[in-house]
Structure formats: structure tokens, C-alpha cells
Design a protein around this ligand. Structure first.
Ligand code: HEM
Ligand code: HEM
Length: 211
């Protein structure tokens, strides 16, 4: 019985990870095809957080909100970038291992993945817009930070399309084209975090004026 339950959970994982509904047992398939995107509370929560991030970004860029005060010896906006980047760098590999070790907790991990990463994105956005909104006299030399932000943005966009399966209708079986597209998205998603690791090292060296 326990073995059967474990197998169902593992097949469930495969369905979600590889978007291959042919691998789903009937009960999982029913849940996949019966769900409606518009009734998914996570979709609305995602969009609400994105609206907050856009508001904060505009407010920081236009200096309606001041994030350039010091906490200890560093600017508040730099603390935001440290926390956000550290979260992405550390939690991503840890979550990768935990998901495989505890497949029954897949839903929990997916929620932590989406909300945690969105909050990290919010923190890095505050730092990014504080930097690109600096006065012309103190304008930074743009480079690694812009590349860094492009990667995080790509992660959020590709994550969003994957999570809510925007490339397929939910009430029909997935076509081979959609499955191939899901594979490309996943590759782009995962490779963006790998590129992130390379660039963050250069960016920190640049921030510390070492490069
Ligand atoms: C996803 C994470 C991050 C993003 C998107 C980001 C973005 C940016 C951007 C766009 C700039 C303007 C200069 C440039 O383009 O290189 C910048 C500058 C800076 N960042 Fe970041 N950053 C991130 C993480 C960090 C971290 C972890 C640190 C901690 C050391 C940091 C420290 C700095 C410093 C000190 C500057 C000022 C550099 C100067 O005045 O020339 N950033 N960041
Ligand atoms: C911004 C930072 C993010 C990073 C660093 C990141 C990283 C990753 C990694 C490494 C994987 C492969 C995980 C595995 O195979 O166990 C993955 C998968 C995935 N991510 Fe992200 N991600 C981010 C943001 C997001 C967001 C915001 C969403 C949703 C809106 C999302 C949705 C997904 C989905 C749907 C998968 C496929 C596996 C699954 O079913 O959960 N990601 N992500």
C-alpha cells in the first residue's frame, strides 16, 4: 500500500516536472485537466505580488521611497541585494536536493519555490531600480548588474509560463509541440540560474571595486 502511494506521488512528480500527462494515473490526470487557470488562487497571488513589485520599482526609481539610507555601514538597498541574491544562490540548490528526497512534499516545495523566489526578485528589484535611478553626477557604470537583472527577470517570466502552463489548454491532453516547448522553457529557466552564479561573482567584485 505504502509502495503504491509512493509510486503515485512519484508519477505525480513526473507529470509536473516533465509536463507529460500520458505518464499520469487517471486521478492525477483528472486533476490536471479539471483545473481552471482562472480559479487558481496562486495565479492571483502571483499577479498581486507582481503589481506590488512594479509599484515598489517605480517608487524607488522615482525616489518616492528612499532606500539610500545607511544600516550599519552599508546602504539599505545593498542589504536588499545581499539578502535577495543570497536567497537565490543558496536556496535553489538546497530545494533541488530536498524535492528529490521528499517527493511527497512536491506541492509545498512548488509554493515555496514560487513565493520565495518572487520575494527575492522583489528585493533585487529594489536594489536594481535604486541603482539605475541614481543622479547623473553619481551614475554607476552599468554592466554586470544589468546582466544580473536580465537573468532574474528571465527566471521569473519562464517560471510563470511553466507554472501556469500558458503554452497549452488545460482541458486537452498536452501535444508533442507543447511538450517540446515546455522542455525549451525548462532549459532556459535552469540555465539562467547557472549563468546567474557566474555573473554574481563578477558583480560583487565590481561592487567592491576589485574589477
Ligand atoms: C540579482 C542581484 C543583483 C542585481 C540585479 C544588481 C543590479 C545592480 C545594477 C544594475 C547596478 C549598477 C551597476 C551595474 O550595472 O553593474 C548595481 C550596482 C551595485 N551593486 Fe548590485 N545587483 C545585484 C546584487 C548585488 C549584490 C549581492 C551586491 C553585494 C555586494 C551588490 C552590490 C552593488 C554595488 C556596491 C553597486 C554599486 C557599484 C557602483 O557604484 O559602481 N549587488 N547592481
Ligand atoms: C527567480 C528565481 C528562480 C530560480 C533561481 C528558479 C530555479 C529553478 C530550478 C533550479 C528549477 C529546476 C528544479 C528541479 O528540477 O527540481 C526550477 C523549476 C521550475 N520553476 Fe523555477 N526558479 C525561479 C523562479 C520561479 C518562479 C517565480 C516560478 C513560478 C512562477 C518558477 C516555476 C518553476 C517551475 C514550474 C519549474 C518546473 C518544476 C516544477 O514543476 O516545479 N520558478 N526553477
Amino acid at each position: 500500500m505504502k509502495l503504491a502511494q509512493t509510486m503515485i506521488v512519484q508519477i505525480d512528480c513526473l507529470c509536473h516536472v516533465y509536463m507529460n500527462e500520458r505518464l499520469c494515473p487517471p486521478m492525477v490526470k483528472e486533476r490536471v485537466s479539471g483545473s481552471s487557470r482562472i480559479r487558481d488562487p496562486h495565479l492571483w497571488a502571483f499577479l498581486a505580488i507582481v503589481v506590488i513589485i512594479i509599484y515598489l520599482s517605480v517608487a524607488v526609481f522615482l525616489r518616492w521611497i528612499n532606500v539610500s539610507f545607511r544600516v550599519e555601514q552599508y546602504l539599505f538597498s545593498h542589504w536588499m541585494s545581499w539578502i535577495g541574491a543570497l536567497y537565490l544562490a543558496v536556496v535553489t540548490p538546497v530545494a533541488y536536493v530536498l524535492r528529490r528526497r521528499y517527493p511527497r512534499r512536491l506541492q509545498l516545495f512548488r509554493s515555496v519555490h514560487m513565493y520565495g523566489n518572487l520575494l527575492a526578485f522583489m528585493l533585487t528589484s529594489i536594489h536594481f531600480y535604486q541603482q539605475i535611478g541614481r543622479s547623473p553626477q553619481a551614475y554607476p557604470r552599468l554592466g554586470t548588474g544589468v546582466a544580473q537583472y536580465t537573468m532574474v527577470l528571465t527566471l521569473v517570466l519562464t517560471g510563470f509560463i511553466q507554472r501556469f502552463r500558458l503554452f497549452q489548454r488545460l482541458d486537452v491532453n498536452i501535444s508533442s509541440r507543447s511538450r517540446a516547448f515546455a522542455g525549451y522553457l525548462r532549459t532556459l529557466h535552469v540555465s539562467s540560474i547557472i549563468a546567474f552564479y557566474f555573473v554574481i561573482v563578477l558583480h560583487i567584485l565590481h561592487g567592491l571595486r576589485i574589477t
